[in-house]
Design a protein around this ligand. Structure first.
Ligand SMILES: *Cc1c(COP(=O)(O)O)cnc(C)c1O
Length: 375
């Protein structure tokens, strides 16, 4: 390995560049929406919801203010409340269990498996008489082993509510992340694979009653047809301008996924033989999974030193969620030990993975990593 030039900068995510790549279209959409005065619950939102539902093959897709609200709406509509326990993987964003907390129910953290996703065996061990639901989190654009989770749920009569914030387009055995349980949710936060220019989220379900309730919750409890207030609701509508932007991006969603999978294949090719690393499974390596690579999360020996070395070589990396699993944030009051998750957080690192990086950027990142390990 020759020396790596420090001249190239590969930030973890480049928001300006992501905007610049679509600037003309975004400005055109902005002008069009503004000229129509179409701000709240307008045709662009309906069109995006329809396109999302069609893509996923579900009866209902409902835009919400963000994915956290969508999770709260999903759990509430599914009847989760005080006294109930909901099992979630501690390797997730705090938003997943926060949604349980804000319904007065108890979030129960469990361990992850080698795939960094919820571990079915750990779920089985955490079930009590109060368990009502399992919340798998479809992280990094990969879907958990939903056969095993589904079997546990059926055996114990539990609901499945999926946090698919990072999972749009990902599949397990040909079925989309977000469509396995009573409801699934997605985030359109800017760095997400389908990212808008601010906050946004959606809930999908095949259950007409859940859909009806969620449409009430997101708009002050008001019946969309009559305006009658039927229940307590919030204001958590997906902004019509954001929906228009999202619908535009969504038209190229397959190309977005293809590009991310191509980047993952290139990382695999360049880093697959580095012994100090564990890479995510390469695209196509496991017929049960179709991964969309929302993130490229590796495990690395000497992770912190590697991270510092990469920083010096202009490469931005992230350890998800501030470097801790949910149960490790002492302010939240969890008392469990989850060995796999804790070990993962000593080793995990996310490399740049998004549409603003070129193949040359990937070569630069991989070259710097190999220089660090001297291989
Ligand atoms: C981003 C994310 C959320 C929260 O989504 P928001 O739209 O920001 O509320 C929840 N869960 C996971 C796993 C996430 O990555």
């Amino acid at each position: 390995m020759t020396t790596t030039p420090a001249t190239r900068a590969v930030p973890f995510f480049n928001y300006q560049k992501a905007f610049g790549a679509n600037e003309d279209d975004y400005v055109r959409i902005f002008r069009d929406v503004m000229q129509r005065g179409a701000f709240i619950m307008q045709a662009d939102l309906e069109r995006f919801e329809r396109n999302l539902a069609t893509y996923l093959g579900v009866r209902h897709a409902i835009g919400l203010g963000n994915c956290t609200d969508a999770l709260i709406a999903a759990l509430r509509a599914a009847g989760i409340g005080p006294g109930d326990e909901v099992i979630f993987p501690s390797h997730t964003m705090v938003a997943s269990p926060a949604s349980v907390f804000f319904l007065g129910a108890t979030p129960v953290p469990v361990d992850c498996g080698p795939d960094h996703l919820i571990d079915p065996a750990s779920v089985a061990r955490a079930i009590t008489e109060r368990t009502k639901a399992i919340m798998p989190v479809q992280l990094n654009g990969r879907t958990a082993e939903m056969d095993a989770i589904g079997t546990i749920a059926r055996t114990h009569n539990l609901l499945i509510v999926e946090d698919s914030a990072q999972g749009l387009g990902s599949m397990f055995r040909g079925r989309f992340a977000g469509t396995f349980g009573v409801a699934g949710t997605y985030s359109f936060y800017p760095a997400k694979i389908l990212g808008c220019l601010g906050d946004g989220g959606a809930l999908v379900t095949n259950d007409d009653e859940i859909a009806r309730k969620v449409r009430l919750y997101r708009d002050h409890g008001r019946n969309p047809a009559t305006g009658n207030v039927e229940t307590w609701g919030l204001n958590s509508r997906l902004d019509n301008l954001q929906a228009a932007i999202l619908d535009f991006q969504f038209q190229n969603y397959q190309a977005t996924i293809d590009r991310r999978r191509a980047i993952a294949s290139l990382y695999q090719e360049l880093l697959g033989r580095v012994e100090e690393l564990v890479l995510p499974p390469a695209p196509g390596s496991d017929p049960a999974h179709f991964d969309t690579f929302q993130n490229y999360e590796i495990e690395a020996e000497h992770r912190d030193a590697l991270r510092e070395f990469l920083k010096q070589h202009g490469v931005g990396t992230i350890v998800q969620w501030g470097g801790k699993a949910v149960h490790q944030f002492t302010g939240l009051g969890f008392k469990v030990r989850l060995p796999n998750t804790e070990r993962l957080f000593e080793r995990c690192l996310m490399l740049p993975m998004n549409l603003t990086i070129s193949d040359d950027d990937v070569h630069h990142v991989a070259g710097a990593i190999r220089a660090f390990y001297g291989c």
